[in-house]
Design a protein around this ligand. Structure first.
Ligand code: ZN
Length: 314
């Protein structure tokens, strides 16, 4: 079959901390005022995206991965390795930490661990985010948790629209209210909840995973300065590589007029996060997600729009 862009209909999730932006600003056809997440490019069993049109119309991303591995450069993974989400937090999310692959393999029934990164699409002017902690060693971490010294332990850092944050396994992290982000992560949903601000849901506190959290939290944490990077002023009309690690490589493309680049990766998972335009003659707008398959060749984009793209480097 000829190589075509593969557009996906995402899976949206209802969360008590969600809002209406994913419908009103991004156009996803979902009812309710509690839409927290759009799993834009996902082959996870809890939210497997469906191909919107073209040769593979109606197929799930997980099926494409297993039946047409050549679309993704025949990578040696048993499942689509990434998950791209847009998250609209209207309330503070609980404070979490994720295990790495080795820990999840043993303790979570063979699941992948979770490395993730966030691109801040929108936030308040004085916004902060939770990333890292202030314990200097394991003993201090355990003591602070045991004594409930959360204010002392949890590290909040200022953020601005256009910031990028890498969240390695073992990093304590949480999104605060009124923050809209695009998350690129490993295909996993393994999360340990460390602290939930003492809140109640239906009269009860939500379950915490203190022991597993203490097992996996990295001590000391990476510095606050190392944790946040601004990428709001990158060269236009260029595929800018903004981060690469063993699990993924992430790019940003700001189209202002027209842009052209070579799809020289195993695949590119693309999300339009602002504006509108076209890609190889297909009209795209904020909220669209698509895959540019292996050996697709040159990609021509035009319009006024920003995209975040990701791949896995073999
Ligand atoms: Zn997370």
């Amino acid at each position: 079959m000829e190589k075509e862009l593969i557009f996906l209909d995402p899976v949206c999730k209802h969360n008590i901390w969600g809002g209406v932006k994913l419908r009103e600003a991004f156009g996803y056809p979902v009812e309710g005022n509690d839409i927290g997440e759009c799993w834009g490019i996902s082959a996870h069993p809890e939210g497997d995206g469906t191909v919107r049109d073209g040769a593979y119309k109606g197929r799930k991303l997980s099926e494409l991965w297993s039946e047409y591995p050549e679309l993704f450069g025949s990578l040696p993974y048993d499942r689509y390795p990434l998950l791209t989400k847009i998250i609209d937090a209207q309330d503070d999310l609980s404070i979490q930490v994720h295990p790495d692959d080795a820990y999840a393999q043993v303790h979570e029934n063979g699941s992948l661990g979770k490395t993730e990164c966030w691109y801040i699409l929108d936030c308040r002017e004085d916004a902060t985010i939770v990333i890292g902690h202030n314990a200097k060693d394991e003993d201090e971490l355990k003591a602070m948790v045991a004594d409930g010294r959360w204010q002392e332990l949890i590290r909040e850092v200022p953020i601005r629209k256009g910031d990028f944050l890498q969240i390695d396994p073992g990093t304590v992290h949480a999104i605060k209210a009124d923050t809209l982000i695009l998350e690129t992560q490993q295909n996993s949903a393994i999360t340990y909840r460390l602290y939930d601000y003492g809140r109640l849901q239906n009269g009860k506190p939500r379950e915490l995973h203190i022991d597993k959290s203490l097992d996996v939290i990295t001590v000391p944490a990476k510095s606050a300065k190392e944790s946040v990077q601004s990428i709001s002023d990158l060269p236009k009309n260029k595929l800018n590589r903004i981060y690469g690690c063993e699990k993924y490589t992430v790019f940003k493309l700001d189209v202002d007029g027209s842009a052209e680049f070579a799809q020289s990766f195993s695949f590119l998972a693309a999300s339009v996060v602002d504006g509108e335009g076209s890609v190889d003659g297909k009209t795209v707008r904020k909220g669209d997600h698509f895959i540019i398959p292996f050996e697709y060749g040159e990609v021509k984009a035009s319009g006024q729009m920003s995209l975040i793209l990701s791949t896995v480097e073999a």
